[in-house]
Write a protein that binds this ligand. Structure first.
Ligand code: HEC
Ligand code: HEC
Length: 365
């Protein structure tokens, strides 16, 4: 009796919180900076910000330091290197696969791109450019006067500089050009000559016997190569397995908002290894990570959330091994099936030779 009363009270409390959150969001949406209808000036402003190293504590680092256009907007380091050469704990993901909305970052700690693009500014090991006054001063400098005016029609209020920067960076990231790949051509035309025979064989294995497409999905209008969900991984958790109970207690004491999680995992490898748990505090989420899209994967080495796997061939071997183990249906591939799988993944990047030679398989994973 008492219990159900308590439950009712907490349900009411939750509803009140939701209502409050909802009205705050409406207020924000009404009061926020209003970009001009034409997206082009906003994207131009976003591009200028993306490449501007003055947005960093050392004046030498920009978004493009880690998200390099030549590497499908990754950096080819195992973990990111930001201001003053400081290293983080996570591998830099491609910005060509950013979901429209929903789980952003390896642990899904952000849902809105406009917020996610602002996190690197305050991240102590990325740009560490935390000062709002410095941001406003830069935005009011001669270099930004015209782009800001073009994007917003007028100068944003003092309190709106950050959100304006968020809008512009998000518009730029959303509109990055996506190079066409052999797979895209094959999918659009069903013309067998669009993708090599070996890569087509690889697609069959990927969707069939190897079971990869159950998470790296190839259906839907866009074949996103992810299910936007979180799964266990063969990477990283072993390192902390010895002190997992103490670690999860430590993690559970930390707030779950995106900003706090981002800062806490920035310099704590062990906390970073608990993955989705940091965001939900659900025991079932310990060590879970978002399924990364595999589009452009040949250009984004090294691999996995901690960048611990050096080559695409190694990443494939590791996935074949662990996914088979986790699902209870171990998969064994012949040498040519493995080659075909790799050739298929290479066909998800522009101009990759689908028949590039790869190292022979290891004796055991
Ligand atoms: C020091 C390297 C570094 C810098 C500088 C950097 N990033 Fe990142 N970025 C990362 C890493 C590492 C992650 C993944 C972090 C995680 O998941 O915990 C990431 C993730 C992201 C994501 C989420 C992608 C996804 O698929 O969920 C976006 C968006 C993003 N960065 C945009 C930016 C923008 C915009 C800037 C500049 C304001 C920037 N980044 C600066 C390293 C960097
Ligand atoms: C149960 C869901 C699931 C299945 C099935 C699955 N994957 Fe993955 N895959 C993931 C997750 C989650 C990660 C991220 C793991 C991490 O970062 O530790 C990942 C990572 C990868 C990566 C590294 C990508 C990057 O950018 O770092 C590759 C390559 C890959 N998978 C290929 C495959 C192949 C090939 C198969 C089939 C043999 C497969 N996966 C099956 C969920 C899955």
């Amino acid at each position: 009796m008492k219990d159900s009363h308590g439950q009712k009270l907490s349900a009411l409390f939750a509803m009140a919180l939701l209502a409050l959150g909802g009205s705050l969001m409406v207020l924000r949406a009404v009061a926020g900076p209003v970009p001009s209808r034409d997206q082009a000036p906003l994207i131009t402003l976003g591009k200028q910000l993306f490449f501007d190293a003055r947005l960093s504590a050392d004046g030498k680092t920009s978004c493009a330091t880690c998200h390099q256009p030549d590497h499908a907007y990754t950096d080819n380091h195992s973990v990111a290197r930001g201001v003053f050469g400081l290293t983080g704990t996570r591998n830099t993901p491609s910005l060509l696969n950013v979901p429209e909305d929903g789980a952003l970052f390896w642990d899904g700690r952000r849902e809105r791109l406009e917020e996610a693009v602002l996190d690197p500014l305050t991240h102590p090991r990325e740009l560490a450019f935390s000062d709002d006054a410095k941001l406003a001063a830069l935005m009011q400098s001669a270099a930004y006067r015209k782009p800001i005016h073009d994007a917003f029609g007028a100068e944003p209020d003092a309190s709106e500089w950050r959100s304006s920067v968020g809008l512009a960076l998000a518009a730029y990231v959303r509109n990055l050009p996506h190079p066409e790949t052999a797979f895209d051509r094959y999918r659009a035309t069903h013309d067998p000559s669009a993708m090599s025979h070996e890569a087509r064989e690889g697609l069959r294995i990927f969707s069939g016997k190897a079971g990869c497409a159950s998470c790296h999905r190839t259906d839907g209008s866009s074949a996103p190569f992810t299910d936007h969900r979180f799964h266990a991984t063969g990477t990283g958790l072993q390192k902390v397995a010895g002190h997992l109970p103490a670690l999860t207690m430590q993690a559970a004491a930390i707030a779950t908002d995106g900003g706090t999680v981002g800062r806490e995992i920035a310099s704590h490898d062990d906390l970073a290894a608990t993955g989705r748990f940091m965001v939900t505090h659900q025991p079932a989420d310990v060590g879970l990570f978002r399924t990364p899209s595999l589009r452009y994967v040949a250009q984004t080495a090294p691999y996995m959330h901690d960048g611990s796997v050096a080559t695409l061939a190694d990443a494939v071997d590791q996935e074949v091994y662990w996914r088979g183990l986790f699902s209870g249906h171990p998969v064994s591939l012949t040498v040519s099936e493995r080659q075909a799988l790799i050739a298929f993944l290479q066909a998800l990047s522009p101009g990759s030779p689908a028949t590039k030679p790869t190292a022979p398989p290891p004796a055991s994973p």
